[in-house]
Design a protein around this ligand. Structure first.
Ligand code: NAD
Length: 417
């Protein structure tokens, strides 16, 4: 919705494709949030009816383990005890709270988590985002497009520190265009003064105060491993997560764990794949986790996609076995479709083993590249070589041609660059 509104504003300011102008758009935030809630409800209700259709009994309430085969569920009508041969823990994760910036307990409070940000009555005039990771940059971008003045405060030397700088650069450039201020090597210290300014400290120890109507804290999420009776179980931990094996079994017989509580990456599609596998294992089938790659997408502007190994990871792995890697990169500046979308920033990059050209990793940054993740994941899951990607006809004009071109480039015979 923020994207749509932003595009109309760009047209109103005559900054769209030459020849397209529009009247200044109006944003009815509560209507937009209502529309979003409608989609969320539709998806939730859809899942509920699927469960009903599959004759799954749903018990609403808070569960607490009594032992490895029994839980007590406390709901509106009291507590009931449920015993089972197999139990799947999927308690997920929760936002990390900074001690000096505790989340507001009431609606309308200043310090909010991602959940609070999605429930705001209107885009704040001034929004400060603490933590420039996935959520911070995604939501910061959305609010900037919805009209907020956004400042992102990131503790490390770059936003999205999980990605290499080549991938982050186009996102950083776009944030500048959107008027988002990015402060790196900066930490939030707390609120100060009558107006509740956010105090931040730079690398050199210098303090600065930032005015803010809302402070969105997105410094990571942590698995929910307390509050449901873990102490009644004998389960090993793996850092902050529950330890699971390649069948998502915890160290206690019959107790499985999936999703954010069972380890990185904390992504919905990883949880979904684990859940599907565990259901089949419990149903008596022979399954184990044998995925080659889990795609990760940062829904920023432009979007970042990463599947498999980054160039650095691939290089490190190759060095261990005395091998080498090849990399092919294709810029969207040379892609017709990207030009007609008026967005030719970004590129597709492919990383392969030099000896047999097995594709090890694929990354892309560009407007709308999230949709390319399916092709990238399929290539890696099927064990594609550079020749497979280069030898596949990619439709013209599409951004996907950049994938084929990157493979050509890695093979040493790029056609369009
Ligand atoms: P994150 O780990 O991606 O980023 C947190 C950022 O906060 C880091 O860059 C870190 O350096 C910074 N930081 C930490 N402490 C700080 C401080 N005191 N001051 C300033 N900066 C500080 O975490 P997130 O963005 O909260 O997301 C949590 C998880 O949710 C992610 O790990 C991801 O798996 C998942 N997620 C995924 C998607 C997606 O796939 N598109 C979207 C949202 C969330």
């Amino acid at each position: 919705a923020a994207d749509e509104y932003f595009l109309l504003r760009e047209a109103a300011a005559s900054r769209a494709i030459p020849g397209i102008t529009a009247a200044e758009p109006h944003l009815d935030w509560s209507a937009v949030v209502g529309w979003k809630d409608g989609i969320v409800n539709r998806l939730n209700n859809g899942v509920t009816s699927l469960l009903k259709k599959a004759r799954v009994k749903i018990v609403e309430g808070r569960a607490r383990f009594v032992d490895g085969k029994t839980v007590d569920v406390t709901g509106e009508t009291g507590t009931q005890r449920i015993a089972a041969k197999s139990i799947v823990i999927a308690t997920g994760s929760e936002p990390v709270e900074l001690p000096m910036l505790p989340f507001a307990r009431e609606p309308g409070g200043k310090i909010i988590s991602s959940e609070g940000a999605l429930a705001l009555a209107s885009p704040p005039a001034q929004l400060v985002v603490v933590g420039g990771g996935y959520i911070g940059v995604e939501l910061g971008t959305a609010f900037a497009k919805a009209g907020s003045k956004v400042t992102i405060v990131e503790a490390t030397g770059s936003i999205l520190p999980l990605y290499d700088l080549d991938l982050v650069k186009p996102v950083r450039a776009r944030l500048d265009e959107l008027g988002v201020e990015v402060l790196t090597d900066a930490r939030a210290k707390g609120l100060a003064g009558d107006a509740g300014d956010l105090v931040i400290e730079g690398a050199n120890g210098a303090e600065r105060r930032l005015q803010a109507d809302s402070v969105l804290v997105t410094v990571g999420r942590r698995p929910v491993t307390e509050g449901w009776g873990r102490e009644e179980l004998v389960v090993d931990m793996d850092g902050a997560f529950l330890r699971v094996d390649e069948q998502c079994r915890t160290t206690m017989r019959g107790v499985y764990a999936i999703g954010d509580v069972a380890g990185e990456p904390m992504l919905a599609h990883k949880a979904m794949a684990e859940g599907e596998m565990v259901a089949e294992i419990i149903a008596g089938q022979r399954r184990r986790w044998d995925k080659r790659a889990i795609p990760a997408i940062c829904f920023t502007d432009p979007e970042i996609v990463s599947v498999g190994l980054s160039p650095q990871e691939a290089k490190a792995e190759a060095q261990r076995s005395g091998g080498e890697i090849v990399i092919g990169q294709f810029p969207f500046q040379a892609n017709g479709r990207a030009m007609t979308l008026a967005r030719d920033d970004g590129f597709v990059r492919i990383v392969a083993r030099a000896s047999d050209h097995l594709v090890l990793g694929i990354q892309a940054v560009g407007a709308g590249v999230a949709e390319l993740s399916a092709a990238f994941s399929l290539a890696i899951e099927m064990g594609a070589c550079l020749e497979d990607v280069a030898g596949t006809i990619h439709a013209h004009p599409t951004q996907g041609e950049g994938f084929q071109e990157a493979a050509f480039k890695a093979l040493g015979h790029a056609i369009h660059i």
